[in-house]
Structure formats: structure tokens, C-alpha cells
Design a protein around this ligand. Structure first.
Ligand SMILES: *[C@@H]1O[C@H](CO)[C@@H](O)[C@H](O)[C@H]1NC(C)=O
Length: 294
């Protein structure tokens, strides 16, 4: 009797799973977070140790393109970060560096500027060791570069040169290691020409499509998502969401479960979620809920 009742309950659960929209296939469990936008978010090590994220992207290298470079981590003390990076990598969380951001101190208007930027990145954060190039994180070797190009003009048309140089150093099986090349645009499709030209190389591993803080994206992200995922079939796509309820376009976890996740996971090249950012996430615990839907 008790056994039959159990079976009935089980049947009901299986039945519910079959009709529930959350039964979409294609979950990956991948969650990338941005770190470095607020000193009060805790250390990089703490972010990795939370167990919530499968990749952390530091932001931003916000000045480049004219012989000057600046890393802006919102006042985080730089001293311990090299060790934190190694710790994150040791526990299986790759750490990437995002270039660009919300300031206006960057541009890429010549091939030489693109090659110089590559040279700077490689020697300051990856496998290079050029005399005179300061390595803020010591001998820690980062795992990737992200393009977060909030600003650009038609003259900024050399990001493809940068991308190709970085791809050349995506070393698998050799003495080096893979370099994850990613981009984090707003949802609008097609993207601005300066980013499109880079993405059209087809060598980007991941794109995080931001669907918050943009009226157009909030309303029409599903249309854009279809276009993005079809345009770059070799790239994995991540749904970029905000962890802050105060930000426009915040999605209630319930709606992530019933709508955002199953819809985005229909794409064969769905990659996971991107959460903006660690500071908000630490306050709201958003990822601790939505990671199960990713
Ligand atoms: C988030 O989690 C932390 C640690 O468990 C807890 O102290 C805090 O109250 C939580 N915040 C919210 C908004 O639930």
C-alpha cells in the first residue's frame, strides 16, 4: 500500500517534469561572474571559494590604445591578487581579464595599437616577460581576455587584429595553456561594427549577452538571443543577468526558472549564465538560487 502510494507520487513528479517548461535540456551549470567593480565585494579568493561560479572575470583594463594602460579594480588592493588568481585556478575556477568598460579611456584605431595592446596583455598578464612591463599579479598567468566594449566609434576597427593575436597564443597541449577569448556586449543585434568585425573572425569561445539595464534588451532579448546564437554557431552563449533587484531588467529567480533558462537553453550553443556582478550577488545571493537553473 505504502509502496503503491510512493509510486503514484513518483509518477506525478515525473509527469510534472515532462510538462514543465523547466524541463528544457541543455543545462550546463556554468556561471561566470564579474569581479572588480566594487571594493566592498570581498576578495577574488572569496568569490572563487563561494563555489558559486565556474569562471571569474576581473574588470577592467580601462585605458589602452594610445600607449598608456590602466587597470581599474575599484580600489581592491593589488598585492594579494596574484595569489588569489592561483588559488582560484587551483580549485578549478579560471580567471579572465575584461578590457574596456564604462569609461572613455580606451580606443583601438590602428593595427599598431592593437598589436601593442596584445603585447601589453601578453607580457603583463599571460606568458610573456618583457623587461620593463610591470606584472601587477606577479607570475600568475591569467586564463582569458574579455571584450566589454561599451564605447567605440567606427574608427575602432582593429579588435579583430587583437583577437587573432590572442588566438595565436591559445596554446593547448603545449607548455602554455588555453586562453579563453570572450565578449560581453549588450543584447542588441547586430552588434556595433567595431565588435562585429572581431566576432566575425569566429574565434570567440564565449559571448555573454547582457539582457539587463537596456530597455530594448529587457523587452526583446529573446529575438536577439536567437539571432546571436545562430550568427555564431561555434561560440557558446551566456545569458547576462544582473544580481541587483535595483537594476532595470532584473529577473526574478522564478522567471529565470520558468522563462529565461528554458528559452535560452533551446539554443544548441547555450553556454550558461553571466552574473553582473559579484558585489550585488554577495548582497542578494542571486546566484545561490539561479545557479541550479543554469
Ligand atoms: C545572503 O547569504 C548570506 C550568507 O548566508 C546571509 O547572511 C544574507 O542575509 C543573505 N542575504 C539575503 C538578501 O538573503
Amino acid at each position: 500500500m505504502a509502496r503503491a502510494a510512493t509510486l503514484l507520487v513518483l509518477a506525478a513528479i515525473v509527469g510534472a517534469a515532462l510538462v514543465s517548461p523547466a524541463a528544457a535540456t541543455g543545462k550546463t551549470g556554468q556561471v561566470t561572474v564579474f569581479w572588480g567593480r566594487n571594493k566592498d565585494e570581498g576578495s577574488l579568493r572569496e568569490a572563487c571559494d563561494s563555489g558559486l561560479y565556474t569562471m571569474v572575470i576581473m574588470s577592467f583594463l580601462n585605458v589602452y590604445g594610445h600607449g598608456k594602460y590602466n587597470l581599474d579594480l575599484s580600489g581592491h588592493p593589488i598585492a594579494g591578487i596574484g595569489d588569489d588568481i592561483k588559488h582560484c585556478q587551483y580549485i578549478g575556477v579560471p580567471v579572465s581579464l575584461s578590457i574596456g568598460g564604462f569609461g572613455t579611456g580606451y580606443s583601438l584605431t590602428s593595427k599598431q595599437a592593437a598589436l601593442d595592446l596584445f603585447d601589453h596583455l601578453w607580457n603583463a598578464y599571460f606568458g610573456g616577460s618583457k623587461p620593463g612591463v610591470h606584472r601587477p599579479f606577479g607570475d600568475a598567468w591569467l586564463d582569458g581576455v574579455d571584450l566589454f566594449l561599451e564605447h567605440g566609434t567606427p574608427a575602432d576597427r582593429y579588435y579583430d587584429v587583437l583577437a587573432l593575436e590572442l588566438a595565436k597564443h591559445n596554446i593547448r597541449g603545449g607548455p602554455g595553456k588555453p586562453l579563453h577569448l570572450t565578449a560581453t556586449p549588450r543584447c542588441t543585434f547586430p552588434p556595433a561594427g567595431y565588435l562585429k568585425k572581431a566576432l566575425d573572425t569566429g574565434i570567440f569561445e564565449r559571448v555573454h549577452v547582457r539582457i539587463y539595464d537596456d530597455g530594448n534588451c529587457e523587452a526583446y532579448w529573446q529575438l536577439a538571443w536567437d539571432k546571436w546564437t545562430k550568427a555564431y554557431p561555434a561560440t557558446k552563449f551566456y545569458v547576462g543577468m544582473t544580481a541587483s533587484e535595483m537594476t532595470h531588467g532584473w529577473i526574478h529567480p522564478k522567471n529565470v526558472y520558468y522563462d529565461t533558462a528554458p528559452f535560452s537553453q533551446k539554443a544548441e550553443n547555450y553556454g550558461g549564465f553571466m552574473i553582473w556582478d559579484r558585489y550585488y550577488d554577495k548582497q542578494s545571493n542571486y546566484t545561490s538560487i539561479v545557479k541550479y537553473y543554469a
